[in-house]
Design a protein around this ligand. Structure first.
Ligand code: NDP
Length: 446
């Protein structure tokens, strides 16, 4: 570590105790940036690292709501507005019992660089709550969302801060949040993305993160004259990102043999077909059931608490949650012949796991590049809303595809400029960072 990077990293740990996920995200970025500070000492002079690791604003608030039994429940809501140097804050909301400030800060910090890589004008933010939508009725979810927005509305707006979905927040939750914001403010503007088509949503937005992660994998494979056709793919999760990753893999002739949720994993050696995927859409988005039911329905193996990483495969798409691939699991993947990993989830690989992939020359697409298709298409949703337009599927998908090709190119070119061609961790962090850092310098000492 360079002295500057070490000093800032130690300061971050000291100032933000008990936030290991945030420390991990900062360490991954700072490690990559060391050669940048050697080449361009002005970033140190302007104290860019000290500034960029400190959120511009954090709000934490009480979210009381009444459950179906008439009992008052109390959750915690938060929004971390990390950096607005290149555009209004943008980043999802996560509803999951594990949500805490460290997790939202790690996600918000990553979002700064991801949004920069998209080439669109979006700053970085993230928010959420420890509310668990699992097992709640629609009315309970609605009352919770209404309560959350009666506080959050003070801090968000179409040109201020534009939240979207993430784990536990899909079209249903976005609808309730949007309805409440509109009711309070008497305005109709794109304050949220991931909306349903009826009131300003964009075609391809639900598909975008998963499709984008596969497009990114395609670009990485091209650098080795490979493609997805016939490849055995391991997908984790069975939510939004996992579902559309699987769909695009099938479309491109690959075979997805695993899916999972927080209870376990299914292994389908014949591959998930379009028909089986329809069952997953219904199971997860309508019935809100468990992936175990896939195994029961199609007569395949179910592994309680299992993860896909023990199953042999050539391409891995971790698409569930943070730190789902550790050092040992990465080694098993490598031993089993994995050639590419494209992170649909945010920070699904630990730092040690990333090292294993890089040492073994596995094509490794870090989340901030590989899953940037979601926020990119959110940006396209905002562009349509502000222009009072709705683009067709082909237009949005084509723009998403081009954005992913461009993100790959930016990350690849930066990795080459810094003498480690094909190290997308280095490339994505450097390319994402420089634009934001330069914008911060140009705007003065804020
Ligand atoms: P969903 O809520 O739709 O699905 C999440 C999936 O991951 C579910 O299958 C869930 O299982 C599983 N999961 C969640 N937490 C855990 C856990 N602690 N352990 C094991 N499995 C878990 O979320 P998304 O698909 O939207 O998000 C998945 C990942 O992709 C997240 O890291 C998110 O930040 C990232 N991402 C999402 C984007 C989007 O556009 N949606 C954009 C960019 C990144 P269960 O049902 O049992 O909870």
């Amino acid at each position: 570590m360079s002295k500057y990077v070490e000093r800032v990293y130690n300061h971050v740990i000291e100032k933000n105790p008990a936030q290991p996920d945030f420390h991990q995200a900062v360490k991954e970025v700072l490690d990559s940036l060391m050669p940048v500070f050697e080449k361009e000492p002005r970033f140190e002079k302007y104290k860019i690292l000290e500034r960029i690791t400190e959120p511009e604003r954090i709000v934490i608030f009480r979210v009381p709501w009444v459950d179906d039994n008439g009992e008052i429940q109390v959750n915690r809501g938060m929004r971390v507005q990390f950096n607005s140097a290149i555009g209004p804050y943008k980043g999802g909301l996560r509803f999951h019992p594990s949500v805490n400030l460290g997790i939202i800060k790690f996600l918000g910090f990553e979002q700064i660089f991801k949004n920069s890589l998209t080439g669109l004008s979006m700053g970085g933010a993230k928010g959420g709550s420890d509310f668990d939508p699992k097992g709640k009725s629609d009315n309970e979810v609605m009352r919770f969302c209404q309560s959350l927005m009666t506080e959050l509305f003070k801090y968000v707006g179409g040109r201020v801060d534009v939240p979207a979905g993430d784990i536990g927040v899909g079209a249903r939750e976005i609808g309730y949040l949007f309805g409440t914001w509109k009711k309070i403010t008497q305005r109709f503007e794109p304050v949220l993305t991931g909306k349903s088509l009826e009131y300003g949503g964009s075609l391809i937005r639900p598909e975008a993160t998963g499709y984008g992660s596969v497009y990114f994998a395609q670009e990485m494979l091209k650098t080795r004259n490979e493609d997805l056709k016939g490849k055995v793919c391991l997908v984790s999760g069975s939510g939004n990102v996992a579902q559309y990753t699987t769909e695009k893999c099938i479309d491109l002739g690959a075979k997805v043999v695993t899916l999972s949720d927080s209870s376990g994993m299914v292994h389908d050696p014949d591959g998930v077909t379009k028909e089986k995927l329809e069952f997953v859409f219904e199971l997860k988005n309508v019935k809100r059931g468990r992936i175990k039911e896939y195994a029961e329905k199609f007569g395949v193996e179910y592994y309680p608490d299992g993860q896909p990483w023990t199953i042999p495969g050539e391409i891995a798409f971790p698409s569930a949650t943070q730190n789902e691939i550790n050092n040992d699991e990465a080694k098993v993947l490598v031993d089993n012949g994995v050639i590419a990993v494209s992170e649909g989830a945010n920070m699904p690989s630990t730092i040690e796991a990333i090292d294993v992939f890089l040492e073994n020359k596995v094509l490794f697409g870090p989340g901030k590049a590989a899953n940037a298709g979601g926020v990119s298409t959110s940006g396209l949703e905002m562009a349509q809303n502000f222009g009072f337009e709705s683009w067709n599927r082909e237009t949005v998908d084509d723009r998403l595809h081009k954005i992913m090709i461009n993100i790959h190119k930016m990350a690849y070119d930066a990795s080459k400029d810094y003498d480690d061609p094909g190290n997308y961790v280095l490339g994505a962090n450097i390319a994402g960072f420089k634009k934001v850092a330069n914008a911060m310098i140009l705007q003065g000492h804020w």
